[in-house]
Write a protein that binds this ligand. Structure first.
Ligand code: IFM
Length: 460
């Protein structure tokens, strides 16, 4: 038997986000978010799906907490819908919204599950989008106010706070590629949006420190490990550009450096910016963005291999009808080694005090078999390989202290609607029935054993 035992304080959890699971999109005073607007716009989401009902977590959370407890989860990372708390983004508080999250936090604590609260997982209030959205500096100020309201209410009970989940997606997919809400394709707006997302992170950290001094706070980033397809100069250039605008542009300022000069120059050369004097940058911003965190959350699914001939933007994989051995249904390559590379690169380059793997998982469509169970063996193999990679990173000295599988439930996968199932628990969207997949049973065992115990593979 081969064992991979994790350190005693290691946390095993699962993650989800408000828009992807809650439903109740306009209930009890909730305001409209950019994702409500985007998904209600014809042609934006596969099959016209919306998050209006999703997994109905808004009503079924007590049942879902029981499920988490059965699985043995030690922590649950969820996000708060800003528009439940402040329907117009600023100003009037909606007590029913705050109360929902307060009951959820209490319910988790009663079940012995640590709440890990993300303040932002992409669902900006539509009212703020209409006032300029993330490209406007005022949105960062609004975010600090919202953080104040939420942390005053939950700060005494929630131990972990995440300011933003994957600002890359909000900034790049939402404002540059236009495939996420609010659906804008403009580099100038995208770079301003990214700056204000990072600024809002730093401003919010200072609020969390005041209102919840006993808690731990950080940000969740999804740097994608990447490499050139070949040593050819054009492939190397494509790799450098992708790594620069997708990874270093976020990580460098968070850790006290400026936006990378080479990528800034390239933005100017490509016409994405009119000059290297960033119009949105104000004195003191870099200091705010680099406010120290207690941890960095890393999300990992895949690597990117860049070819100058085909593409210089990355992220080109398309969902597959039939996943093969190398790819999940998202069309993403299965490459656990990339998680090891990511952790070691981030640790050696930026030296965070603590790392949490805040998302990792795989989309496969397996549904109930004739025996009534969901045999998602491919997901188990995927998770096992990635958990082994984390174990190796810890052996190399990286301070990884937690793992959150994505996701607890099958849920709304953004522009791909319900076509992708990432859950360890199957959701029948017609009946809202939950069915733990084999991966949930397997994960329970991992948690109980605090790691992996696998039979040694036999030589052929
Ligand atoms: O579903 C998303 C999640 O919202 C953010 N990280 C990646 C997941 C899978 O695409």
């Amino acid at each position: 038997m081969k064992t991979h035992t994790f350190p005693q304080n290691f946390i095993w959890g699962a993650a989800a986000s408000a828009y992807q699971i809650e439903g109740g999109w306009n209930e009890d005073g909730k305001g409209e978010s950019i994702w409500d607007r985007f998904s209600h716009t014809p042609g934006k989401i596969l099959n016209g799906d919306t998050g209006d009902i999703a997994c109905d977590f808004y009503h079924r959370w007590p049942e879902d907490i029981r499920l988490m407890k059965e699985i043995g989860l030690q922590a649950f990372r969820f996000s708060i819908a800003w528009t439940r708390v402040l329907p117009a983004g600023r100003g009037k508080i909606n007590p029913a919204g705050l109360d929902f999250y307060s009951r959820l936090v209490d319910g988790l604590l009663e079940a012995g599950i640590v709440p890990c609260v993300a303040l932002y997982h992409w669902d900006l209030p539509q009212a703020l989008q209409e006032m300029g959205g993330w490209p406007a500096r005022s949105t960062a100020e609004a975010f600090a106010e919202y953080t104040d309201v939420v942390t005053r209410s939950l700060g005494d009970r929630a131990k972990y706070w995440v300011t933003f989940n994957e600002p890359t997606c909000s900034g790049l997919l939402g404002y540059q590629m236009g495939i996420h809400a609010p659906g804008i394709c403009d580099w100038g707006q995208s770079l301003a949006a990214i700056h204000h997302l990072l600024l809002a992170h730093g401003m919010a950290l200072q609020v969390i420190r005041n209102n919840a001094p006993q808690s731990q706070a950080g940000i969740v980033i999804d740097p994608i490990p990447c490499q050139p397809a070949t040593p050819a100069a054009e492939d190397y250039a494509a790799y450098r550009w992708f790594d620069g605008y997708h990874n270093r542009w976020f990580m460098d300022p968070l850790y006290g450096r400026h936006y990378p000069a080479d990528i800034l120059a390239e933005h100017v050369q490509r016409g994405n910016l009119s000059s290297s004097d960033l119009p949105f940058l104000q004195p003191g911003d870099y200091e705010i963005i680099a406010t120290p965190t207690d941890f960095i959350g890393l999300n990992y699914y895949r690597r990117e291999v860049l070819s100058g001939k085909v593409d210089d933007r990355g992220g080109t994989s398309e969902p597959l009808d039939q996943p093969d051995e190398q790819h999940t249904k998202m069309g993403w390559e299965i490459y656990p080694q990339g998680l090891l590379e990511l952790i070691l690169n981030v640790y050696t380059e930026y030296r965070p005090a603590k790392i949490l793997i805040t998302e990792n998982g795989a989309s496969y469509s397996d549904g109930p078999a004739p025996d009534g169970r969901v045999h998602d063996q491919r997901r188990i193999a995927y998770l096992q390989g990635h958990i082994q990679a984390i174990h190796k990173a810890i052996e190399f000295g990286a301070p990884v202290e937690g793992y959150f599988v994505w996701s607890l439930l099958d849920n709304f996968e953004w522009s791909l609607g319900y076509s992708q199932r990432f859950g360890i628990v199957y959701v029948d969207y017609d009946t809202q029935l939950r069915l733990p997949k084999d991966s949930a049973i397997w994960y329970s065992q991992v948690i109980r054993q605090n790691g992996l115990v696998e039979p040694e593979s036999q030589p052929a």
